[in-house]
Ligand binder design. Structure first.
Ligand code: 26A
Length: 346
């Protein structure tokens, strides 16, 4: 069966440069964050284009995961939806996706530029500043087109970048509903702290459909704080339990929450609705020697690609975490959210 996995997100071209902490300070940026650009950030895009060592790499969180999953899975396994313009940035995205064999069904905007993300690298940290542009114009009608909906119906797994909650909650809910009604697997990444913080309502509307939540420790803390949970915001197990037991649209599948924590152990919590029991597991990370790390831009997306690819391959959660950690360790040895060629196998 081809095209088992459908991914949805914001296609972006990453403009990646090394910067000093002073540069981040000048724009009030945190060393590790992902934000939507405000007016005051726009000069950054002009400035990075003039910096030496600028690298343009295909980005967009869910698109990175889609490329990574297609890297791992057999040909014709993954389709990615998002919105781009008609420009050289889109050409670059198409080129990268072609290299990985990722099929895209972009919604194309005639008069709006492809989105971009300034990926400001400082040592092991990355600060991401995004101008969504065309990516912000994705509409659910694109998914509803007969040929695209046929792709959706044919798939068995869905992966949504939480960043897309800022763009088209109706598209996310449409896919979520389809997955729940047909007992298919639906995964959502929280993507960044500002999603649980400022996009609470669309997140709450999507969560009932979600079988797998994938997030990191800072997104977990942001969720706990935004919801006013009476748990320690560093206690990822307690936070995962709260999310795992939220109501589900499809009661034929349990919900599993997967929290990565950088070089600390990955935690998974699965809630069994009928016994009211939680299954909690911790998986230490495969540590890479520091001198092998190129940058961590896209590490979380790569983890998600290994995790979701393993599910598509019919593996269990422990194996999926291991495959996720393997994929992340490959990607952080490359420039940006990329994987090595010739291909490595798990
Ligand atoms: C809505 N926002 C802010 C975003 C993003 C984003 N992808 C989608 N929407 N901000 C940053 N990224 C992407 O995250 C990847 C690293 O995880 C960057 O393009 C980068 O490739």
């Amino acid at each position: 069966m081809s095209y088992q996995l459908v991914c949805l997100g914001n296609p972006l071209l990453d403009l990646q440069v090394d910067v000093e902490p002073e540069y981040l300070a000048k724009y009030g940026l945190k060393e590790n964050d992902a934000i939507l650009a405000e007016e005051k950030h726009f000069p950054i895009y002009e400035e990075v284009l003039k910096m030496s060592g600028l690298k343009t790499v295909a980005g967009g969180a869910a698109q990175n995961t889609a490329r990574g999953a297609q890297y791992i899975l057999p040909p014709n396994s993954v389709v990615y939806f998002g919105s781009v313009g008609k420009d050289v940035y889109a050409d670059k995205l198409n080129e990268a996706n072609k290299q990985y064999g990722l099929r895209t069904e972009y919604q194309i905007q005639d008069d709006i530029a492809t989105g971009k993300c300034a990926a400001l690298i400082n040592g092991p940290h990355r600060s991401l500043v995004t101008d969504l542009a065309a990516a912000n114009h994705f509409k659910v009608d694109h998914l509803e087109k007969q040929e695209n909906w046929a792709i959706v119906e044919n798939a068995k797994y869905y992966y949504i970048g939480g960043f897309h909650l800022t763009v088209s909650p109706p598209a996310i809910e449409k896919l979520g509903k389809h997955a729940a009604e047909n007992n298919k697997v639906f995964a959502l990444n929280f993507s960044a702290p500002f999603i649980p913080q400022f996009f609470k309502d669309p997140l709450a509307s999507s969560l009932p459909y979600v079988d797998f939540v994938i997030a990191n420790e800072s997104e977990a803390a942001a969720y706990a704080e935004a919801q006013g949970l009476s748990v320690d915001s560093k206690d990822v197990v307690a936070i995962a339990k709260e999310i795992a037991k939220l109501p589900k649209a499809n009661n034929k599948r349990p919900r599993t929450v997967v929290f990565t924590q950088g070089t600390d152990a990955t935690v998974t919590v699965t809630y069994n609705e009928s016994t009211k029991d939680f299954e909690v597991n911790e998986y230490p990370v495969r540590k890479l020697e520091e001198n092998k790390i190129t940058d961590t831009n896209g590490a979380g997306d790569a983890f998600a690609s290994g995790f979701i690819a393993a599910l598509v391959e019919g593996k269990d959660i422990a194996q999926a975490v291991d495959e996720g950690q393997w994929a992340a360790s490959l990607s952080i040895q490359e420039v940006g959210p990329s994987f090595p060629f010739p291909k490595q196998t798990y």
